[in-house]
Design a binder for this molecule. Sequence first.
Ligand code: S3P
Length: 737
Amino acid sequence: MSFNAEQVLIIGLGLIGGSLAKALKGGHFCRTVYGYDRDPDEMAKAVTMQVIDAAAIELESAVRAADVVVLAVPVKVMEQVLEQIAPWVRDETLITDVGSTKANLVDAAQRIFGRLPENFVPGHPIAGSEKSGVEAADASLFERHKVILTPGAETSALATRSIARMWQSTGAEVLQMEVGRHDEVLAATSHLPHLLAFSLVDTLAKDEENRDIFRYAAGGFRDFTRIAASDPTMWHDVSVANRDAILSQLDRYVEGLAVLRQAIAESESQTMLGIFTRAKAAREHFSRILTSTSYSQNMNNNNVVFRALPGGSVSGSIRVPGDKSISHRSIMLGSLADGITEVTGFLEGEDSLATLQAFRDMGVVIEGPHQGEVKIYGVGLHGLQAPPGPLYVGNSGTSIRLLSGLLAAQAFDTELSGDESLSKRPMERVAKPLRAMGAVIESAEGGRPPLKIKGGQRLKGIDYDMPMASAQVKSCLMLAGLYAEGDTSVSEPAPTRDHTERMLKGFGYDVEQQGNKVTVRSGGTLKAGAIDVPADISSATFFLVAAAITPGSDLTLEHVGINPTRIGIINILRLMGTDLELLNEREVGGEPVADIRVRYAPLKGIQVPEDQVPLAIDEFPALFIAAACAEGETVVTGAEELRVKESDRIQSMVDGLKALGADIEGTPDGAIIRGGRLQGGEVFSHGDHRIAMSFAVASLCAEGEIKINDCANVATSFPGFIELAQQVGIKVVKEED
Ligand code: S3P
């Protein structure tokens, strides 16, 4: 069934009513827009200014004839108008409104009609301006703005769909919410800021010196108080209508302000910085959501596409961003340390920022990041506080797995959740041994996120034989072990990255390492220090491979971490014939670092030694590209872990390389790749950053353009990838579909 609107009647031709009329008049939702206003002059103005098609001189007949009636009058008179028109509304007429509070109107409708009419769909456009009146009507006012509809259980689905269609025709995005929730949310996000602006200006204006104050008032005052020029009657009515929700938000605000006041009075710098840094981060996050520039939960649905042209070259000297694993750990251990930890070279990618935000949410004051610098005011091993809600860690497996160990030992409950890709990844590998330590963890079906972790448990150390080579599982258990009774030991089937062990020792914490077994015990403390994060060898890999497959290349990657547990890529590329030199080897803060120079030499296929697999676990997507460009066959085995990364990396690479004409076969634990030239084509990253970047590099040995879909997640580990790739000579550009 569909609904056709011939006539829409808008009652109340103020800013919102007028703007809606104007937008509908220019669209296809209805044939005629009638307008009614109790002020005949406003109505006449609306006709002259062509805001409406015609004025409804007589309200009763206009209501009887209308297919849709929109109440756009002030909140206070909404009820009165509804009562007045109720006898004239036909059964099939749809009624909606634009009021910024909803419970009061829904109650009124129930009283007036004896029940909520099924064709009544309460609505609220989140748009406006400090201007009022029909002169301010603007047909584009609702474009890309949200409109909230609050239909009840009685409301007909067709009515809701039709009103949604009306708003969509003005360019708005329509959402639905329950009435009570709407009033609560609006009290916090709209009503409170308006009331604060009114109150601040009123307070300052009373001041004897107000002329001076206003004369010198610059940007801050102007930005904060713009909305104090809004319509006073409207805000009076909103304050009355949404009294309870507004009062509870005002109380919260007054409490927060009292904390800030006290911090200023007592010169408590850390409290002040805590408030300011948390607010700054939240505001920046909010701006990114508003402009949709960032990858963030359900917000950026645009398909970011990379287009890579064949025939690039590779030369120069570059430094890739900081190591992701070390960046995560710097925030975690810095937060748990006593004292201030200053980090340089921090990776400002979405994954490590998710960890940073999680600790801010648990009350840790963290300044930055600013150009890779972060200052963490450690709270000690027992200083974390309960976060205000679930901790959302986006795409980051390292965040969720390491945090689950730490959180299992805290006094408070927590919930960890992530994006679509993370929500498919296995968490039993950490939940199971943590439960054996006494942790109480609930996961979603199949042991997937979200994880609900119960606080207040006394953990006991275990001696755990890890069934897979995973640094995330090992680190998770070590973090839990910092709080557990007795020793916590983890044995690994093959060496995995040891950044947690190194950083704990760097912070003065005792870690025992014997063969493949690492042991920690509780009772120690972490002493804050400085951390210099080297460039990430996993990010450098895309350029190492780029140089390795491109004749004539000569590229240096500066200050790259060459921890022995991470250098599988160097060993494997050398085995394949790459000319690769480590220069200027040094140690920085407990981690070995070097500049890596790569020059082209012909590549040959190899059987990749299985002992190198864990040491190059994140590098396989790029290695598959090297293998596809090498002479002969490359065989990868023992790499089944690749199937549970940000995507099933074996499948993603097999599908993509096949689309480019490569000779590749997937196996349960690896692949067989026969080298040759690649053609152009279209591939999919499946939301996996490393797959996206690998195919960008593949263009260097391809014969046509490669279009790579779904690349937004490159921001998780490698912000600035496209610019650096272009700088060294790869012909790749980023577009948004
Ligand atoms: C990481 C460990 C590895 C790796 C990931 C980062 C870490 O995961 O793939 O990118 O920082 O501990 P696994 O432990 O699952 O192998």
